[in-house]
Design a protein. Structure first.
Lengths: 375, 288
């Protein structure tokens, strides 16, 4: 059992407020991903948990024990650094053995040797043990740094963008490997990344951080289907979610409708009048690109649009459609759209997320019918 | 090297000629001294410079095994003592500078504290003023503190030469080590001392070796401190060579032999550090 808990943690570097009061808890033996753009305070958060940076304000607990003042070498936390941080003067073997040889570890020579070889075997790098870091490729360095952290068998494993410097192929490979190790290791992992795909694929839960503030904590499907605000909605998903400024109107039958300023985009309002805050005349309508269905048949129901540009991506095409003054992204399996071609756009009511235009907060959160959505 | 391939042959020849000319200009005094050390007194004082002569080891014998004082009473010199003084003072000064300077440079590289930049600048400022500008106050101080004509006193004053050099150069080497490497070592269960001795120090070792040698050369070549603050017991060999000049005559041959021997330690060290000057050791630890 090992968990980390942060209570209203702040980190200031002089006048720069890197982290401004964040609270979250990692679950035992789970991967918690901290996702955010650069400068969000992700690494600062991780280094505070590790004890490498002092906490300006707030408390950090490990297994319910306050660890604010415990030095890093006594926290029993391992970390994989973005830069790998291998010891250049040691061989791979000695790099992995280094944490095991510390006074804190108290291991016999045989036990150290056994663990190093075991780790090397697991990470398939037995042939690399005699090499020095300078003789390794990026992927191999990454493995060694992971191995060094794993060999220690710490209760908590922190990872700071461990895959960000690998090329795309290797990154995907290592992502799967990581997931595999995690299930066999039973370690609590806190994983920092700016790549939403990595976070969604690996994590059991995500903490979404921006400018030192948490925007949302939730499971991958929660943050994907139920983003707390426009920031979370825009951060996750490629192409970016379509956000259209609209206002709410009564339709001819008395039903509520959301209509863009130029009137070109209109969809039924997914929320009832009671669910909408009072005086809320302007809203942002969020629709993910794969939820915009394109139809060439102009007799179909739907929003009138015109192809702006189409990019063929293999399985899918990213099609930009001009609707009035807006340009919307749609993801479709069909190809061969021509620029200027008129199309009809269809959106299902359940795929619409409404946001407050002023605060950016989701208006749809906690609405029952959204939770029935299956992935 | 790559660029020279693209130079026109004619231009290249000119550059080579210019460099060769400079090399002769720079090396000639040295070669002359070496030649002189093997010449007899007659050959040295010959009005026409002699390039061809019968070499002899008389001068070396005289300064190493005594006998130089038999000819001229006033030109007495004890070269071996001065050479020993040089070794004691210079090596001790460098060792002391390393002991004090390496932790200082680590602190300057890694920690934030009040007046940090002022302290660093103070170290550097020791190198600004010519030594001769401060020598008189130091002389008076040394007389009062009974440090005049002592090894300890000279080792202390040599810190003005060696310490700034070591602090400033080693600081750069420490700054080159990624902070994350040290942080990784901390998380691996090592205390400050463990990180410093097992990670930081081994990583600056090449820099440490070359800087120590550089400091040694600077200290070894110093003249003014030994001359003013030392006396015949503590003169380093740079000052000691002056002893070959007397009222009656100058023992050019022995002086040249003493000079050649004095040049040897820094020369050997300079050749030795060349292999340590390779800074490749830290490459590859960080991504890229």
């Amino acid at each position: 059992m090992s968990t980390v808990q942060l209570e209203d943690v702040h980190k200031y570097y002089g006048k720069v407020k890197a982290v401004r009061g964040i609270s979250f808890e990692s679950l035992d033996k789970d991967i918690l991903a901290i996702l955010g753009p650069s400068g969000a305070g992700k690494t600062s958060t991780l280094k505070m948990i590790a004890g490498l940076e002092p906490v300006t304000q707030g408390e950090i607990y490990k297994d319910g024990r306050l660890i604010n003042l415990i030095p890093p070498e006594k926290r029993n936390i391992a970390m994989v650094f973005e830069s790998y941080a291998l010891y250049p003067h040691y061989t791979v073997y000695d790099n992995i053995a280094f944490p095991l040889r510390s006074k804190a570890a108290l291991l016999s020579q045989d036990e150290i040797d056994r663990r190093v070889r075991e780790t090397a075997e697991m990470l398939q790098m037995k042939s690399l043990l005699a090499r020095k870091p300078a003789e390794l490729s990026g992927g191999q360095k990454q493995r060694v740094s992971l191995g060094r952290a794993l060999a220690k068998r710490a209760e908590i494993l922190l990872m700071d963008e461990p895959l960000s410097h690998l090329d795309a192929k290797l990154r995907h490979h290592m992502r799967r490997e990581l997931k595999k190790y995690q299930s066999s290791l039973n370690t609590t992992i806190i994983y920092v990344t700016h790549d939403y795909l990595e976070a969604l694929a690996l994590a059991g839960r995500l903490v979404i951080l921006n400018e030192g503030v948490i925007h949302q904590i939730g499971t991958p499907s929660e943050v994907y289907y139920n983003p707390a605000d426009t920031f979370v909605a825009s951060l996750i998903g490629q192409p970016k979610i379509n956000l259209i400024t609209c206002h709410i109107q009564n339709g001819s039958g008395g039903e509520l409708k959301v209509i863009s300023k130029d009137g070109a985009f209109q969809v039924p309002c997914p929320l009832s009048a009671e669910e909408l805050p009072p005086r809320n005349d302007t809203v942002l309508v969020g629709v993910r690109s794969q939820h915009l269905y394109l139809s060439r048949n102009l007799d179909d129901q739907g929003i009138v649009g015109e192809i702006y540009v189409s990019e063929y991506m293999g399985v899918n095409s990213i099609v930009q459609v001009k609707v009035g003054h807006q340009i919307l992204n749609a993801l479709t399996k069909e190809q061969n759209y021509e620029i200027g071609q008129p199309v009809k756009l269809q959106v299902s009511e359940k795929d619409i997320i409404l946001f407050d235009a002023h605060t950016g907060k989701s208006l749809s959160r906690g609405i029952a019918h959204r939770e029935s959505i299956t992935i | 090297m790559k660029r020279s391939r693209y130079l026109a042959p004619k231009r290249q020849t000119l550059i080579w000629l210019a460099l060769a000319g400079y090399a002769v200009f720079a090396l000639f005094p040295l070669i002359w001294v070496v030649m002189m050390s093997f010449k007899s007194h007659i050959d040295i004082i010959s009005p026409v410079p002699k390039f061809i002569f019968t070499p002899s080891l008389e001068n070396y014998k005289a300064i190493l095994f005594g006998g130089q004082s038999m000819q001229y009473e006033a030109g007495q010199t004890d070269f071996l003592l001065y050479f020993k003084n040089s070794c004691i003072i210079t090596i001790s000064a460098v060792v002391l500078s390393l002991l004090a300077g390496v932790p200082a440079s680590y602190a300057l590289a890694r920690y934030r504290f009040r007046f940090k930049d002022d302290i660093a600048f103070t170290f550097l400022s020791f190198r600004f003023a010519p030594e001769i500008a401060v020598i008189i106050p130091i002389y008076i101080l040394y007389q009062k503190l009974h440090l005049y004509n002592t090894y300890v006193g000279l080792i202390f004053v040599y810190q003005l030469i060696t310490l700034p050099l070591i602090v400033w150069i080693i600081r750069g080497y420490f700054e080159d080590i990624s902070v994350e490497i040290e942080q990784a070592a901390k998380l691996d269960g090592y205390s400050w001392w463990g990180v410093f001795t097992k990670i930081a120090l081994p990583l600056v070792k090449p820099g440490l070796a070359s800087t120590a040698v550089l400091a040694f050369i600077f200290a070894w070549n110093n003249f003014i401190f030994g001359l003013i603050l030392g006396s015949s017991d503590t003169y380093p060999s740079t000052v000691g060579t002056l002893g070959f000049i007397s009222y009656e005559s100058v023992l050019w041959g022995q002086m040249a032999a003493a000079t050649v021997i004095t040049i040897m330690p820094p020369l050997i060290l300079a050749i030795f550090i060349q292999k340590y000057l390779v800074r490749g050791l830290t490459m590859g630890a960080i991504r890229g």
